[in-house]
Design a protein around this ligand. Structure first.
Ligand SMILES: C[S@@+](CC[C@H](N)C(=O)[O-])C[C@H]1O[C@@H](n2cnc3c(N)ncnc32)[C@H](O)[C@@H]1O
Length: 226
């Protein structure tokens, strides 16, 4: 894969910089803050609260990358005693020696997550792995374009590189795919708030909400399947 290097974002948590794309894996204003706000709070917690606190939830992530979203979801699962079945697509896994240098455990302040983070990364690709009683993981080594299915998930964490860097993932066709992957009451959440994205989400059937973004970012977008 193209060269990637570790950077420190404004909240002190690490992210990666992809030299080929000249793009970071998270918001420069704070990787950890962004993941918590966009995916955990506005995605996972919102869906659960809206649907009467179910005991099980199926999440689909676009872009496993550093595994930060998966780690935070696993933390949420244990803390709330909810079973999370987490599926993630990633064509370009980050090398383990880079993962080992990331400071997420220190930044989150929960040493007991260290083993979980390791397990998330060492879990075999394309196999369902029970990480613990509250969290299962299936990493699909491939592209979103090649993932198929219907009404399998409750939540989509759409965490692809930005639309101006990876336009092929932010098309109406991809939004249609996301809509089809979600069940009724499903939630699509992403850090981007591009006008074209909102128009495409609406066109394929989502109810679209523009929400306040994480620190340093004005807005983000959430789509709901009614
Ligand atoms: C913005 S990064 C975020 C990754 C991750 N969620 C994290 O917190 O580190 C985008 C990720 O999407 C992956 N990616 C690139 N092309 C993709 C594709 N066609 N389908 C799915 N993921 C892709 C990249 O390799 C990268 O890991």
């Amino acid at each position: 894969m193209a060269d990637i290097k570790i950077i420190t974002t404004e909240d002190g948590s690490h992210s990666l910089y992809h030299e080929g794309l000249k793009e970071t894996y998270h918001s420069f204003h704070g990787a950890l803050q962004e993941s918590i706000h966009v995916f955990i709070e506005k995605g996972l917690r919102f869906w659960r609260t809206k649907n009467g606190l179910p005991k099980e939830v199926d999440i689909f992530e676009v872009g496993f990358g550093t595994g930060l979203n998966a780690l935070l979801a696993a933390k949420f699962a244990t803390e709330n005693e909810v079973k999370i079945n987490f599926t993630s697509v990633e064509p370009f896994p980050v090398p383990m020696d880079t993962i080992n240098q990331l400071n997420y455990i220190d930044q989150i302040g929960k040493e007991e997550l260290k083993e979980t983070f390791k397990q998330l990364h060492t879990a075999k690709w394309d196999e369902l792995v029970e990480i613990n009683p509250f969290f299962s993981l299936k990493k699909f080594k491939g592209k979103l374009e090649d993932f198929t299915g219907e009404k399998q998930f409750d939540i989509i964490f759409f965490d692809a590189f930005a639309p101006n860097k990876q336009s092929e993932l932010w098309t109406e066709e991809m939004m249609q795919k996301c809509y089809q992957l979600l069940r009724t009451d499903g939630v699509f959440t992403t850090y981007s708030a591009k006008g074209q994205l909102k128009r495409d989400l609406k066109k394929v059937g989502f109810e679209v909400e523009t929400l306040a973004g994480p620190p340093g970012k004005k807005e983000m977008v959430r789509g709901i399947v009614n």
